[in-house]
Design a protein around this ligand. Sequence first.
Ligand code: EPZ
Length: 439
Amino acid sequence: MEQYVIKGGRPLEGEVTIAGAKNAALGILAAAVMTDQEVTIENVPNVRDTRVLLQAIQGIGARVRYIDEHTVAICGGTINPNTDLCVDDEYIRKIRASYYLLGALLGKYNHSQVALPGGCDIGARPIDLHIKGFEALGAHVDIANGMISVEADELIGSHIYMDVISVGATINVMMAAVMANGKTTIENAAKEPHIVDVANFLNSMGANIRGAGNIKGAGTDVIRIRGVKSLHGTTYSIIPDQIEAGTFMVAAAATRGNVLIKNVIPKHLEAITSKLTDIGATVIEYDDSVRVMCNKRLKATNIKTLPYPGFPTDMQPQMAVTLALSNGTSIVTESIFENRFKYVAELSRMGAHIRVEGNTAILDGVETFTGANVAAPDLRAGAALVIAALVANDFSTVCDIKYIQRGYEKFDEKLRGLGALIEKVETDKEIQKFKLKVG
Ligand code: EPZ
C-alpha cells in the first residue's frame, strides 16, 4: 500500500507552481460533452478525480484525446444518444463528481442516468437540490436500484431558489439550463471561483450565462441563464486551484518557512491570506503569486467555514493544524459539513490538544508535534496530516494516500522541491532505507 514517509522539522523554502483547479476541472470536463464539436481544455490537473471522470466520459462514448499531461481534447459528437447514457457505478463510486454528467447529458439530450454518488465521507452529501433544480426545469427524476435517472420531453427555463448554497447543485443545474427553452434564474447560487470558471467555460461554448461574476472576482448569488439552441467547440484554460494554493500557504506558515506560491489568483485566496496574517504570518501578494513567510510561533484565532468568499471548508483541516501549534486557544467551527473533524483523532496521536463538541473544535496550542504513523481519513484531512508530519522533528508515515492523490498533483514531489524530506513508499524496507538516508 502506497504511503508517505516523512522526516519533519525543516522549514519549507523555495518556489512551487499550482496546478489547475480540481473542482473547476470536474465541472468543465463534464460540460465539454454538451457540444458535438471538439473542445480543448488546458491546465487540467493530473489527479485521480480528473482521470476517473475522463474514463467515465469515454465510457458514455465521447472521444477523449490526451494532448499532453495537462491538456485534453473531448468530443461529445461520438456519443450515441439512443443508448441509455448511463454512467455506471464503477466511476461514480470512485468520485462523487461523476454526477455532473447528469446535468450535462440532461441539458444536451433531455435524459441521462448516473449511479448515486459517493465521495469523501465528510457528511451525508445529499443531492436533493440537484433534483429540485432538474424538476424545476421540467425533468422527471427517478431513483431506483442505486441509480438516479432524469428525463424531460422539453426543458423549460425556470426560477430556482437554492435552500442551501451548494457548489455541486449550482453547477449541475446551470449545465441542465444552458439549452433549456427560455430564461432560468438560480437564486442563492454558490459563488466559488470554480463556479465562475464553469460558467465562463460554458459561455466560451456559446452559452448565455450572466451574474456568475468575472473570474478575478467573486461570483454573485443570482445566476441568470438564457437558453441557447446549441453549443460549439472551444479552447479553454482552467483557473489555478485555490485550495492547493491555500494548502501550500498554510504549510509554509506551519513549518515557519519562506515559500513563493506561483500561478495563483490572489483574489481567490483572500480569506486564507487574511487569517494567516491575523495569526502573525507574512503574506506578500504579487500579480499571479503569493509569498508566505513565518519565523515565529503563530497566534491563536477563531475560524468559521462559510461559502465563498468566506473561509473555505476545504481549508479547514489544514488551518486547524496550524492553529493546533499556535500560542493560545483557537476555535474552529465547521458550518458546511457535519463530519469534517476526522483528522482530530490522528492529529491527537501526534500530540495535538483538540476537543470536538458538535461542529466546533477547541484547539489548545502546543509547541510542536511528535512523529506518528497516521492514516488519511479524506482528501483535505490527509493533506493536513502531511503538514503536521512536516512540522514534527521526527519520523512519520501517512497511509491511505489515495485520498490525497484525488486532489493534489505530485504532492510529495512538490514538497521535496521545497526542501521537505518526504517520499512515497510501499514497503517497510523502503521506510528503513529512507530513515538511514535522512538520518
Ligand atoms: C463541492 O462539494 C466540492 N467538491 C467540495 O470539495 C467542497 O467541500 C464543497 O463543494 C463545498 O465547497 C467538488 O467540487 C467536486 P456542496 P459538493 O453541494 O458540491 C449541502 C474537496 O475537498 N447540500 O456545496 O458536494 C451539503 O450537505 C471537496 O475538494 C444539500 O443539502 O458540496 C453541504 O452541507 C470535498 N443538498 C452543503 O450543501 C444538496 O443537494 C455544501 O455542499 C447538495 C448539497
